[in-house]
Write a protein that binds this ligand. Structure first.
Ligand code: CUA
Length: 180
C-alpha cells in the first residue's frame, strides 16, 4: 500500500523539528555553562606580542609567579621558554578559585598539572588562561607536554598547593616558593 505524500511530508517535518530541538537544547546548555558556570572551551583569544612580552606588561620578570589582587583574586603567571618555565616553582592555595596565565616568547609549549585536569597549549602570540580549583595540597609536577626542542624532556615546573592558612601573601600580594 502506497503511503500518501502528505504523510511523508508530515513525518519529515516531525523529524526536522526533533533535530532542531536537539540542536537548540545543546546550544542552550553551552550558553548556560558559559554564562552561569564560566565553563568555556579553551579558546581565550588574547593576543600578546612574543617579541616584547618580557619588556612591559604582565609578563615582565617582576610580575611572574603568584599574586593576589586587591579584590582577592589569585593569579599565577608563567613564561614558557626553551627550555624552562619561569618561575620554576609556584605556590597556590587549595580549595580556592585560581587563575593560571601562560605565555611564550619562542615556540609552542604545553603544560599540564599532574593529577588534575589542568592542561593547555602555550602558543606564541597568545596568552593561555586556565581557571581552576585545586582540592588537594602537596607538590605537583608541571611538565611541558609539547615537543619544543632538544631540551624538552628537561622542561618542567613545580606547583606547591598549600592550605589556605599557609598561603600568606606579602605586602605586594605576592607568594613565592622561596619565601617560605
Ligand atoms: Cu617546552 Cu616541550
Amino acid at each position: 500500500m502506497a503511503i500518501g505524500e502528505e504523510a511523508i511530508v508530515r513525518s519529515e517535518l516531525r523529524w526536522a523539528a526533533v533535530s532542531i530541538g536537539v540542536v537548540s537544547l545543546i546550544m542552550l546548555a553551552l550558553i548556560y555553562a558559559g554564562i552561569v558556570h564560566h565553563i568555556n572551551p579553551p579558546s581565550n583569544i588574547e593576543p600578546i606580542d612574543p617579541k616584547t612580552l618580557h619588556l612591559s606588561g604582565e609578563f615582565t620578570e617582576a610580575n611572574l609567579g603568584t599574586r593576589v589582587s586587591a579584590e582577592g583574586q589569585v593569579t599565577s603567571r608563567i613564561v614558557a621558554t626553551q627550555f624552562t618555565f619561569q618561575p620554576r616553582c609556584i605556590v597556590l592555595p587549595a580549595n580556592q578559585r585560581v587563575t593560571l596565565r601562560f605565555a611564550t616568547p619562542d615556540v609552542i609549549h604545553g603544560i599540564l598539572v599532574t593529577g588534575t585536569n589542568v592542561n593547555t597549549m602555550i602558543v606564541p602570540g597568545y596568552v593561555s588562561q586556565v581557571h581552576t580549583v585545586f582540592t588537594r595540597t602537596g607538590e605537583l609536577l608541571m611538565p611541558c607536554h609539547e615537543y619544543c626542542g632538544l631540551g624538552h624532556s628537561e622542561m618542567f615546573a613545580t606547583l606547591r598547593v598549600v592550605p589556605a592558612s599557609e598561603f600568606k601573601p606579602d605586602a605586594q600580594g605576592r607568594v613565592s616558593c622561596d619565601a617560605r
